[in-house]
Design a binder for this molecule. Structure first.
Ligand SMILES: [Zn+2]
Length: 342
């Protein structure tokens, strides 16, 4: 897929962390047929950007950062959009033509990727993307909020709704509640009418999780016992993105027939599993990454129904290094955004 990042852009230039990112001017061109040029108002950073700029994703610089963006259509190569339309970007890159894409299963496209990782990204003045990547911006959201939700809410929505099939009245444990995707999970769980429990090492983040609607929170060490007590014998679903450091406790936290769904493994790539616990417990272990266009449309509908993302802080595009350092300190709750043009 062809994604072009134009005008002023935050560019991963050297794999040395935040200071390897520079802001530079890129060539502007006319939009091609089937594409839309979006004047980005706000872009948002993800943990993915930190991995990328440290060299961990094996992406060769230069690469414009950012999966998340919202803005105004500046030029359109399609009937579907006209200049002035306010839009958000579906953060997946795919071919839009293969059997999987045409069946609405973009996550299974052989060319599946993420904006700002597998293609150029949203942290720029003018983003050219296929018309299929563009959706109407929810009117109630500010530009920073509109940039804050796409990747995390899409990821958490597919995990919770499509994969784990969480239902109203069920209980979900969100592990590592400070992460952007975990804050999205709490918001989605509450929207669905589920009971939410959460864990975090940080007392501040546990308090923020309660403010978002968690019913009880626990310290990250040895959380399974109090979780089983608080949930009357175990939760229905565990929302995981931490991996080896918490997986055993997560497994001990679910009831028989429960589900663990995970989208990441921030503490390492290999984990040890207690197999009898898994099979005697009738446990479903579900992997998930990003989400389909149809799932993105469902997230938009839930936002239009009142679900809200959390913005931690906003930096001007020029201060992208400071914004990445804020993310690197892991003290944020919610998204760190880049304000591009106003
Ligand atoms: Zn495809």
């Amino acid at each position: 897929m062809d994604v072009l990042s134009q005008g002023k852009a935050a560019v991963f230039n050297e794999p040395i962390g935040p200071r390897g990112v520079i802001v530079e001017e890129r060539e502007r061109t006319s939009v091609r047929t089937g594409q839309v040029a979006v004047a980005i108002r706000s872009a948002a950073l993800n943990h993915l950007d930190l991995w990328l700029i440290s060299g961990a994703q094996r992406v060769q610089p230069p690469r414009v950062l950012g999966a998340d963006g919202a803005g105004v259509v500046a030029e359109s190569g399609t009937q579907r959009w006209k200049p002035g339309d306010e839009v958000v970007i579906y953060p997946v890159s795919c071919c839009w033509q293969c059997d999987a894409c045409r069946a609405g299963k973009q996550v299974l496209c052989p060319q599946f990727g993420i904006l700002g990782e597998h293609t150029e990204g949203t942290a720029c003045e003018l983003l050219h993307v296929p018309a299929q990547n563009v959706y109407p911006k929810p009117a109630a959201l500010s530009w920073d909020e509109a940039a804050a939700f796409p990747l995390t809410f899409l990821t958490a929505w597919r995990m919770i709704v499509t994969r784990a099939r969480l239902r109203a009245g069920e209980t979900m444990l969100v592990v590592g509640a400070g992460a952007g995707v975990a804050a999205a999970a709490i918001a989605i769980g509450r929207y669905l009418g589920a009971r939410i429990l959460a864990t975090s090492r940080s007392e501040t983040k546990r308090r923020r999780a309660m403010e978002l609607g968690a019913e009880a929170t626990f310290d990250s060490s040895g959380f399974s016992k109090p979780v089983r007590e608080a949930s009357g014998g175990g939760v229905d679903v565990v929302f995981e993105h931490v991996g080896p450091a918490t997986l055993d406790e997560s497994l001990r936290s679910i009831r028989r027939g429960g589900r663990i769904v995970f989208c990441g493994s921030t503490t390492g790539v290999k984990a040890e599993l207690n197999m009898p616990r898994l099979f005697f417990g009738q446990t479903d272990l579900l992997g998930s990454t990003m989400g389909n266009a149809g799932e993105f449309a469902e997230v938009l509908k839930a936002i239009n129904d009142g679900m809200r993302p959390q913005v931690d802080s906003a930096f001007p595009l020029q201060e992208v290094v400071a914004a990445l350092e804020r993310l690197d300190q892991a003290e944020q709750f919610g998204k760190v955004t880049l304000q591009v043009s106003r």
